[in-house]
Design a protein around this ligand. Structure first.
Ligand SMILES: Cc1cc2nc3c(=O)[nH]c(=O)nc-3n(C[C@H](O)[C@H](O)[C@H](O)COP(=O)(O)OP(=O)(O)OC[C@H]3O[C@@H](n4cnc5c(N)ncnc54)[C@H](O)[C@@H]3O)c2cc1C
Length: 347
């Protein structure tokens, strides 16, 4: 089945539900043999779950994979209750072994390109999920040093506390875990975090968590002039990729257009590209099965390369400057800046 967004929809059985803390459950999925290839993933990627809703039919929510493709047999996500949140509470309250859940295939651009790099991984609360996947993958499959800064409300709310301890014991030379408990030290500030992680300023940083935490860690990174900072901000999708695609921007009249040549899925298409219409909308309007999930510049699923011509993004939360310099762009945000543009997916 296809969700019309180039990312296929599948139904997976829940093989296990693990109570991590009072507020967090891990769902372990069973992937049938014939879908193994479709569920190959990189550390840091996420699944999108379809959560039924009496009001809207369904909502879509992203959950990062906490499992590692290098050392875990089964894929798993960990869901933490959000106060007043719809889907996270429904999942934690009701999902049981044997349930069938509709999901999109793994997606997302957050995660290391080089498993041998030295990194600092920063997480708050459920932001630990992709960080754990990255950490395990880098320690098992790479040679670099990994430091983790992990902020939580109190000791009881630390997800994967024992798992982190056991990885730190297994790799004492290469892994340092720094816990920040608000119950003991208050809410982390940029200044306090700066002091704590100053010694990792030359490393690549990966930050994941809710908006407030991202703001203080990004401020610390900026103050320390950290060379490369990758971010994954946790928030709920506004759009539902399980529904038919909805135009984000109305089409502009013909005349104000560029021409785009697009390579995707082994085919090349030449299309008119209205100058105010994001590339993704143009592709979907032309019946081309381009990949996407969030359409808000956050998830990186629609990443593609500008091979020729000039483009700009309306906004960008998924790509760092180095990636943009290499020609990467997000189709959901890209507008043409030159009369002809050549784009390639799957590079
Ligand atoms: C790439 C990605 C990966 C993620 N990975 C994880 C993960 O691994 N684990 C995890 O737990 N979460 C993860 N998230 C977050 C997750 O997708 C959800 O955003 C989260 O579970 C909250 O969803 P919810 O339906 O429970 O809350 P929602 O119902 O969406 O509510 C979110 C907040 O908004 C408030 N709110 C809701 N409706 C309104 C309204 N009408 N007016 C004002 N306020 C309102 C709620 O009170 C609540 O505080 C990830 C998000 C992204 C984008």
């Amino acid at each position: 089945m296809n969700a019309d967004n180039g990312v296929r929809v599948h139904v997976l059985k829940v093989g296990a539900v693990i109570e991590e803390t009072a507020d967090a459950r891990t769902l372990v999925f069973e992937v049938p043999e014939e879908l193994t290839e479709r569920f190959r993933y990189r550390p840091g990627q996420f699944l999108t779950l379809r959560v039924p809703s009496a009001r809207t039919g369904s909502v879509a929510r992203c959950y990062s994979l906490c499992s590692s493709p290098l050392c875990d047999d089964r894929i798993a996500v960990t869901v933490k209750r959000t106060a007043g949140g719809y889907a996270s509470n429904l999942i934690c309250d009701t999902v049981a072994v044997g349930d069938l859940i509709t999901v999109l295939e793994p997606a997302g651009a957050f995660g290391p390109r080089d498993l041998d790099a030295d990194v600092l991984l920063c997480a708050a609360g459920s932001g630990i999920t992709p960080i754990l996947s990255i950490l395990k993958s880098m320690l098992v499959g790479g040679s670099g040093n990994v430091a983790v800064l992990y902020a939580n409300r109190d000791r009881e709310s630390v997800i994967f506390a024992d798992t982190l301890d056991s990885w730190a014991r297994r790799f004492p030379e290469r892994l340092q875990v720094l816990h920040w408990l608000e119950s003991e030290r208050g809410v982390p500030t940029a200044d306090a975090l700066t002091d704590l992680v100053r010694r990792y300023r030359d490393r690549e940083w990966f930050l994941c968590g809710p908006a407030g935490f991202m703001a203080v860690t990004e401020a610390a990174a900026a103050g320390l002039r950290v060379p490369r900072v990758h971010t994954e901000e946790y928030r709920s999708l506004q759009q539902n990729p399980f529904d038919q695609p909805v135009r984000a921007t109305p089409a502009r009249p013909l005349g104000d257009t560029a021409v785009v040549e697009v390579e995707i899925d082994g085919e090349t298409h030449v299309l008119d590209w209205p100058k105010q219409t994001p590339l993704l909308d143009v592709l979907l309007d032309n019946g081309i099965d381009a990949p996407y999930v969030c359409r808000e510049s956050a998830c990186g699923t629609c990443v593609c390369s500008v091979k020729d011509g000039r483009t700009r993004m309306r906004q960008n939360e998924a790509l760092i400057d180095d990636e943009i310099a290499l020609g990467l762009t997000l189709a959901c945000q890209t507008l043409p800046e030159s009369p002809r543009v050549h784009i390639a997916f799957d590079q």
